[in-house]
Ligand binder design. Sequence first.
Ligand code: HEC
Length: 108
Amino acid sequence: MKTTRITKTLKSIVVAGAIISSSTLLAADGAALYNKCAGCHGSAGEKVALGKSKVIADMSEADLVASLNGYKDGSYGGAMKGLMKGQVTNLSEDDIKTLSAHIVSLKK
Ligand code: HEC
């Protein structure tokens, strides 16, 4: 009787813990990936990077994914696309999705 109750309590703690850690992990991922972008694009994606880029906080998630993939495969960009290619070369498809969702979430 008593053991069952303890087991139940333990189970709910474990479940709650798993939910919390998985959601914070996702959030941390996007923020961690965005760290190296913030220097040029601003901590909220609000800057015109090096006086050249669009304000990425104003872009839609779909446009962000498309442009980042485009920099990666060389099909997108302006005069400074080589610089952005270097930024995204090592990002996976999932990284690009996570990063784009994070950038959209930065908008106030
Ligand atoms: C050294 C400065 C610098 C860093 C770091 C940087 N960017 Fe950029 N970014 C630029 C510049 C400059 C452009 C415009 C490039 C061009 O000519 O197409 C740009 C363009 C972009 C665009 C497309 C906007 C447009 O103008 O069409 C996106 C999206 C973007 N960057 C996201 C990111 C992300 C995400 C990261 C981090 C992984 C990052 N950038 C890191 C400088 C930077």
